[in-house]
Each structure stands twice: as structure tokens, then as C-alpha cells.
Design a protein around this ligand. Structure first.
Ligand SMILES: [Zn+2]
Length: 92
């Protein structure tokens, strides 16, 4: 392996410990919930989930989205990180 590749691998190891460098702008994930699998989407800071709680539009978030926000934390833009937070506080 040449030295330039070794340098890139070392940099990747450093970056892997700095999740705040990464901003997810969109993705789709399958979330294995307590009773069923749900599809969680992030698109331009807006979350969607296929579960009943989210689709009922009562609170604007759900346990799957809140869990994703905790897992991805530093890698989410502020609007995605706190999406539904007002509803969460109100339900609180
Ligand atoms: Zn959900």
C-alpha cells in the first residue's frame, strides 16, 4: 500500500470519531419497532414515519423519529435534530 493511501485511511479513522462533520440531508431506513417494521424518512430536514402515531398527525413525531434523532445527533442539521421537539415538550 502506498503512503498516500495510508494517509487517507488514517484521516478516515479521525473523521469517523467526528460525526459533526457529517450532515444527513436525506435518507430512508427500516426501523424494527416493538410490533412491526416502519419506514423512517428524512428529507430536507423533514421527518416522516410509516407508523400509526406519526400518521395520526397528533404530535408530529413518534418514538422511531425521536430514537433516530438521538442516534444521529451530531450528524443532523438543527432543524432535523429538533424536528417535533415542541410537540414532544407539549406531550411531555
Ligand atoms: Zn414512527
Amino acid at each position: 500500500m502506498n503512503s498516500s493511501m495510508i494517509g487517507k485511511i488514517e484521516k478516515a479513522h479521525r473523521y469517523a470519531h467526528e460525526p459533526e462533520r457529517i450532515r444527513f440531508s436525506s435518507f430512508e431506513a427500516t426501523f424494527r419497532g416493538g410490533h412491526d417494521d416502519y419506514v423512517v424518512h428524512l428529507n430536507n430536514g423533514e421527518w416522516r414515519c410509516s407508523c400509526h402515531t406519526f400518521e395520526s398527525h397528533v404530535v408530529g413525531t413518534c418514538s422511531h423519529i425521536m430514537a433516530m434523532q438521538q442516534i444521529l445527533g451530531a450528524s443532523l442539521a438543527d432543524d432535523a435534530k429538533y424536528y417535533g421537539a415542541e410537540a414532544t415538550a407539549a406531550a411531555g
